[in-house]
Design a protein around this ligand. Structure first.
Ligand code: RBF
Length: 349
């Protein structure tokens, strides 16, 4: 009898351990199941293909979303008609489906101002953009003075060199899709300042296409520049960059590329790539957004010394195509910017 009681006691004990375990487990499970969905819309102001920063926006968001069971991502392309962007943003916000709308380019906080006003609960995260103090916006800007200075300095060294495509005219070129404050106040002065640090006599010819896709017009502008003695061009025109690259390849001239490592597109023609680590930044910020840690109302600026702006000097397509003495001179300047010794301030935009 005593033994049976003991056995019963042990069984009850075991059963309660199992039950408590199941209950606790069940509670945990229902906790996970109850994790609120976190839905993200990525508004691409243009098209993804051919625009490095847009490709990186989507890639970065995909990386972050893949880490969470409750997170989703919808990508919407706004197309090249900028007049339609506000309406398309409005449609995204009006559905009330998205915890956050993300986008990338300096105009987007301003394009979204009225949308934010109409939908005061809607949050936005903008990359490659800056607007401090709007309670619904979190903005993230790169120091593009540094990015373009890297390229201007290299282009200056090359135009002064005896490289096959270089001539003694000391003329460089910049082809852009359109003008906007980040371009006029960071990229254009940064490139010029870098070139003039090599030789103050270097001039930079400046041409505007008028859109982000017309590669034929970009090629025409590049050829016109080569005709008057330009031997290297920095190209900032999204899908139209292709026209500049092709023209330079045909004429044996040089291209300096912004945003991503594109040496492979035209080795020996693309001599330098100044990059932004947008994939990394977007994945980090979106991860924090999903966890509820993003601070809205704040603008942040990222520099080379933070690891988000860089010059690609480790690629064999750079080291094999740029003469060693130019690489050595370039490295000194690049390293001093990376270390924060040479400070290039971001102006008020
Ligand atoms: N960059 C692209 O690569 N493709 C685009 O279609 C594109 N559209 C833009 C539209 C506007 C209104 C603005 C202000 C910028 C745009 N950018 C585009 C430029 C991009 O944000 C960035 O400034 C450059 O890529 C240089 O880093």
């Amino acid at each position: 009898m005593k033994r049976r009681m003991k056995k019963l006691f042990v069984m009850v004990l075991l059963l309660s351990v199992v039950l408590i375990g199941a209950y606790a487990g069940g509670e945990k499970e229902s906790e996970t199941a109850a994790a609120e969905p976190f839905n993200i819309a990525a508004f691409v102001p243009g098209v993804v293909a051919g625009s490095p920063l847009y490709e990186q926006l989507v890639e970065g968001a995909e990386i972050a979303v893949a880490e969470f069971d409750n997170a989703t991502l919808k990508v919407v392309e706004g197309g090249f008609n900028q007049a339609e962007w506000e309406e398309k943003m409005t449609a995204l916000a009006a559905g009330g489906e998205y915890d956050v709308i993300i986008s990338s380019n300096p105009s987007m906080p301003f394009v979204s101002m009225n949308v934010a006003k109409a939908f005061p609960d809607q949050k936005f995260i903008f990359f490659d953009a800056y607007l401090d103090g709007h309670p619904q916006f979190s903005t993230h800007l790169y120091n593009q003075v540094e990015q373009s200075y890297f390229l201007g300095y290299l282009a200056g060294l090359v135009t002064k060199s005896k490289m096959a495509g270089a001539n003694p005219d000391l003329k460089l070129g910049m082809i852009v899709a359109q003008q906007y404050p980040a371009l006029d106040k960071m990229m254009r002065p940064g490139f010029e300042k870098g070139a003039k640090a090599v030789d103050p006599g270097i001039t930079v010819d400046f041409r505007v296409i008028g859109n982000w896709y017309d590669a034929n017009k970009a090629a025409d502008l590049a050829n016109a520049m080569f005709d008057i003695g330009v031997d290297g061009i920095i190209t900032i025109c999204g899908g139209a960059n292709q026209g500049v690259i092709n023209a330079a390849k045909e004429r044996g001239k040089y291209v300096y590329f912004m945003d991503s490592n594109e040496y492979h597109q035209a080795p020996g023609t693309i001599l330098g790539c100044g990059v932004l680590e947008q994939t990394k930044l977007v994945s980090e910020v979106i991860r924090e957004a999903i966890l509820g840690n993003v601070e809205y109302g704040k603008g942040t600026i990222y520099h080379a010394r933070d690891g988000y702006v860089d010059f690609i000097d480790s690629d064999p397509l750079y080291t094999d195509n740029v003469p060693a003495d130019i690489q050595a001179a370039q490295k000194k300047v690049v390293d001093s910017i990376r270390k924060g010794e040479l400070i290039l301030e971001v102006p008020e935009l």
